[in-house]
Write a protein that binds this ligand. Structure first.
Ligand code: RFL
Ligand code: PHB
Length: 390
């Protein structure tokens, strides 16, 4: 097979780039290891920054998001027995975020690919990039039991944290920066009315909790748990009891509970791989960087990668200008590191750290007291949460 751009990974990053390139007449193929059903069953992000929402519209996939997604102008932080609101709209110069599930936007991207006759292959085994440092790179893989070779101009590694692309960069070229946190998030999805119309991030002596939502009839809640906990350790009842304990009493009292329809534990990790380019292969999204979900930055960091990569590809194919491709890694990493800083800060401010000394705990409390006493501090939080400019 032959194409202009071969994209490894059919998550939001890969599908979004495929869709944008196709709309400009640039031929591409997406190789996804899992079935479509599997990809669409993963429950992940819920909060999109406006830059991501704009990209969905540019990809002609924003119609349902604009109809069903919710615009949020603020969120709450529960701490020290009170609830303080962060006014995103006021402190970010009129911006807001969109609450729309990653599952739904991935479905929208797949449907757009189908409508336009996009080439998306599922159940792809053994995808492997080759000859990235030459002008004739290619990808090999197994499709329906048959060995296939795909010749291309460029390879995009959009295959997530556990993908093959980053691992194909020689170790003397790749630098990796990582912090693993000593806890995870246990999340449940339930067909219940969300306890609050806006998100509540809760800092509590028993650990962090988050009240989020997918719609007015679908709630998404998380609690911080030790890394040693297993999903099976947590009955629905135990989850609801613990969640309520970590929230202000009046919030817990009005919590509508019900059976979980999904329950999973995600470990928390910060990770960056540099550079994000190796010859004719470019990394994008979780393949190159991971943030703990506390700042809702993961998918949104992927969005800026895709934005830079898309425009760099357009310059290459339509204007013969490679400046964008040459600058991609530096430009993407500059924004990635800012999202890392913000996610690290939110995580440090809101979680219970098992090894914290009393001094650290005091500083953690003062961090939030300071935040809500300073409009400038809230301004900094707001501009990062709604998304720094691309
Ligand atoms: P993905 O979504 O991991 O997709 C990569 C795809 O590549 C496939 N793949 C391969 N395909 C072919 N060959 C191989 N060898 C392959 N290896 C892997 C995989 O099957 C997969 O389909 O990466 P992508 O596209 O870069 O998207 C990144 C986002 O998924 C991620 O950043 C977000 O979900 C993070 N995140 C959040 N981000 C936000 O911006 N806002 C949020 O509110 C938010 N909440 C979250 C989150 C992530 C969470 N978890 C579970 C980690 C909440 C949670 C709980
Ligand atoms: C979610 O709804 O899944 C969600 C929302 C905000 C976050 C993380 C996850 O910071």
């Amino acid at each position: 097979m032959k194409t202009q751009v071969c994209i490894i990974g059919g998550g939001p990053s890969g599908l979004m780039l495929a869709q944008l390139l196709h709309l400009k007449g640039i031929d591409n193929i997406v190789l996804e290891r899992q079935t479509r059903e599997y990809v669409l069953a993963r429950i992940r992000a819920g909060v999109l920054e406006h830059g991501f929402a704009d990209l969905m519209r540019e990809a002609q996939c924003g119609e349902r998001m604009d109809r069903e997604g919710e615009i949020h102008d603020g969120f709450y932080i529960a701490h020290a027995g009170k609830m303080d609101r962060v006014d995103l709209h006021k402190y970010s110069g009129g911006n807001s975020v969109m609450v729309y599930g990653q599952t739904e936007l991935t479905r929208d991207l797949y449907e757009a690919r189908d409508r336009m006759g996009g080439k998306v292959y599922h159940n792809v085994e053994d995808a492997q990039p080759h000859d990235m440092k030459t002008d004739t790179p290619y990808v090999t893989c197994t499709l329906d039991g048959e060995k296939v070779r795909i010749d291309c101009d460029y390879i995009i590694g959009a295959d997530g944290f556990h993908g093959v692309s980053r691992k194909s960069i020689p170790s003397d070229v790749l630098r990796e920066y990582e912090r693993v946190y000593p806890f995870g998030w246990l999340g449940i999805l339930s067909r219940t009315k969300p306890v609050s119309p806006e998100l509540i991030y809760a800092k509590h002596e028993r650990g962090f909790a988050l009240c989020s939502l997918r719609s007015q009839v679908l709630s998404r809640y998380y609690i911080q748990v030790p890394l040693t906990d297993k999903v099976e350790d947590w009955s629905d009842e135990a989850f609801w009891d613990e969640l309520k304990r970590r929230l202000p009493a009046e919030v817990g009292a009005r919590m509508e509970t019900g059976p979980s329809i999904e329950k999973s534990i995600a470990p928390l990790r910060s990770f960056v791989a540099e550079p994000m380019r190796y010859g004719r292969m470019f990394l994008a999204g979780d393949a190159a960087h991971i943030v703990p979900p506390t700042g809702a930055r993961g998918l949104n960091s992927a969005a800026s990668d895709i934005y830079y990569l898309y425009h760099a590809m357009l310059d290459h194919y339509l204007n013969g200008d490679d400046t964008g491709l040459d600058n991609y890694s530096d430009k993407a990493l500059a924004r990635v590191w800012k999202a890392q800083r913000f996610s690290w800060w939110m995580t440090m401010a809101l979680h219970k750290f098992p090894d914290n000394i009393a001094y650290d705990q005091k500083l953690q409390e003062i961090e939030l007291e300071y935040l809500f006493s300073s409009e400038r501090a809230q301004g900094s939080l707001a501009e990062n949460y709604v998304g720094l400019p691309f």
